[in-house]
Design a binder for this molecule. Structure first.
Ligand code: AMP
Ligand code: ZN
Ligand code: FE
Ligand code: FE
Length: 283
């Protein structure tokens, strides 16, 4: 069942396969009429996305971003919708984060070579193109080099958090990123919270920092999981949002854009909040 909205998608400007234009065309064909591009740690895809979205008068396009943060033993991703993406200081901070990702990816490639699983650094870079370079690019290079048979094996054997070639990212606290998004008039949402330990503690902390939403309708979340998360969101007065997290890379968890049971009501709440804050895209 397709939803009218998809608030979480990736393009080739991070680790997605499709260009922003291809992504928006695909989402529109699936019936999506409210959509956000939320590339990892970059807003570089937004100008193309705005241009593509302008061809569809009945499409509301939301400028977004997904920023990775760390808590002990886990990763926490924070989405920002309706960010003032042209803010210089914000752009500079994202650039620093991408540069730190470059250094870290290089270290993982070096570790793989030491493990007898060499991949070409040039090739990993070309897979990432201008994007925020990450483990999915290394996973693809490992597959193409014939070291593994499936994408997931890369994580299971080498670059998962406990893998021998894993290198930690620059550490950013989730609350810091919630504040960074709020500082550019964005609406921060906690992404894919199902696997997070100590969710309620994290939420009270992030709520105080300015969190407005939490993903509840996401990829392969079952109806039971959706109901549990929906109750948690309600308890913390967070808008229950969601998205496909579409990357275009296939795999068992992948959903097509809009292929999530996200109801209209929470989307309307997000749009109303953005209008209240005077976001230019919130019409
Ligand atoms: P990075 O930001 O470079 O650490 O890469 C994180 C991304 O790698 C996530 O957003 C996922 O797309 C992907 N990823 C992380 N863990 C796994 C896994 N176990 N299996 C498949 N993909 C994963
Ligand atoms: Zn991704
Ligand atoms: Fe994520
Ligand atoms: Fe994502």
């Amino acid at each position: 069942m397709a939803s009218r909205a998809d608030l979480h998608t990736h393009s080739s400007f991070s680790d997605g396969l499709l260009s922003p234009t291809e992504l928006i065309d695909l989402a529109y064909r699936h019936g999506v009429r409210v959509m956000a591009l939320t590339d990892h740690d970059t807003i570089e895809g937004l100008p193309d996305a705005f241009a593509a979205a302008a061809r569809y008068p009945d499409l509301t396009f939301i400028p977004g971003v997904e920023i990775s943060t760390d808590v002990p033993g886990n990763e926490v991703h924070v989405l920002g919708h309706f960010i003032d993406w042209q803010d210089r200081k914000f752009q500079r901070r994202l650039l620093q984060m991408r540069q730190s990702r470059q250094r870290r990816a290089r270290k993982m490639v070096d570790k793989l070579a030491a493990l007898g699983k060499p991949v070409s650094w040039k090739h990993v870079q070309s897979l990432a193109s201008d994007a925020a370079i990450g483990r999915p690019h290394i996973a693809r290079a490992l597959m193409e080099a014939g070291h593994i048979a499936t994408f997931d094996e890369a994580f299971d054997l080498y670059i998962g958090r406990k893998g021998p070639a894993y290198v930690e990212r620059e550490r950013l606290a989730p609350a810091e990123v919630v504040e960074m998004i709020a500082a550019v008039n964005g609406l921060p949402t906690l992404a894919h919270p199902r696997e997070l330990d100590g969710l309620e503690g994290l939420l009270s902390q992030l709520k105080a920092a300015g969190l407005v939403g939490m993903e509840v309708y996401y990829q392969d979340y079952s109806q039971e999981e959706v109901e549990r998360l929906r109750a948690v969101a309600d308890r913390f007065a967070l808008i229950p949002l969601g998205g496909s997290d579409y990357h275009g890379l296939g795999g068992p968890r992948e959903r097509e854009p809009g292929d999530i049971p996200l109801p209209d009501e929470p989307v309307e709440r997000l749009l109303a909040l953005a209008r209240e804050r005077g976001s230019p895209q919130a019409v």
